[in-house]
Design a protein around this ligand. Structure first.
Ligand code: ADP
Ligand code: NI
Length: 241
């Protein structure tokens, strides 16, 4: 059994059990496996950064439950009705509920394009943990799994990535899965908000670079693609962002 389901605090275990049932059949990149990995990562970062453990654990468990991709309704991202009712059913105290909601409301790639990155410690940890799960080996697998659910091509050498896109364009259905690496995944290393997150992102970023080197080589991609990738190599002078 996943450790989180046997959490020492029965209220947290209850939240975990409910989130598991709600996310088992997810195919938007926010399935139970993602929740478990983000919770583990967030707890590790919280230990290093001396954050409030219960808030971080609950926020990680519930961070995607009101996401528009999961509910199909953008308005749930503001009030977090699902997170609130799950915590109420589990008997979480109101002060913790409000801390957890504050952390969840501050995170998300699209939200930080609109509002800038979150500033509270628990939100920064949650943001780092969530983004770390989009890079490294798991991140690669998630990107292709997501692309498949949207019927996207893996790669087209004639379609180059966009740069500096807006939150609206980010929501749109466009591009190839390899372009998603250039448009988002290779920039995640520079978006870490904690020191512990930066260390972990460094290793996972290298996994992305190694993978893309091989993928572009096997695909016979033109030199422009290698030039593009060179911009994201660790130590590159014009590494973005
Ligand atoms: P976040 O929780 O940071 O908002 P998303 O919901 O955008 O993340 O993405 C969830 C997962 O799906 C991530 O692993 C992300 O890389 C992947 N994903 C999102 N958009 C695309 C895309 N256009 N192509 C491939 N993978 C994607
Ligand atoms: Ni997430």
């Amino acid at each position: 059994m996943t450790i989180i389901l046997a959490h020492a605090d029965p209220a947290v275990a209850k939240v975990a059990a409910e989130v598991r049932l709600l996310t088992l059949a997810e195919n938007s990149g926010h399935d139970w496996g993602h929740v478990v990995r983000v919770t583990r990562l967030a707890e590790t970062l919280a230990d290093i950064e001396n954050a409030v453990g219960t808030v971080v654990t609950l926020a990680a468990l519930l961070h995607d439950i009101d996401d528009r991709k999961q509910t199909g309704d953008p308005s749930t991202e503001v009030g977090l009705p699902n997170a609130r009712s799950i915590m109420a059913r589990a008997g979480i105290d109101p002060e913790t509920v409000s801390e957890v909601c504050k952390a969840i409301e501050g995170i998300g790639f699209r939200k930080s394009l609109l509002n800038g990155p979150p500033t509270g410690l628990e939100a920064r940890i949650l943001s780092d943990a969530d983004m770390l799960d989009a890079i490294g080996a798991v991140g690669i697998a998630r990107a292709f799994a997501y692309g498949a659910t949207r019927g996207r091509p893996m790669f087209d050498p004639d379609v180059f990535p966009m740069s500096g896109f807006t939150a609206e364009q980010y929501d749109g259905e466009f591009g190839t899965t390899i372009n998603h690496f250039f448009e988002k995944l290779l920039t995640i290393r520079g978006r870490m908000l904690t020191e512990a997150g930066r260390w972990e992102a460094h290793d996972r970023h290298r996994v992305l670079i190694r993978f893309l080197d091989e993928f572009l080589n096997e695909s016979g991609a033109p030199l422009e693609w290698i030039d593009l990738l060179n911009r994201y190599r660790p130590g590159s002078v014009d590494e973005l962002p």
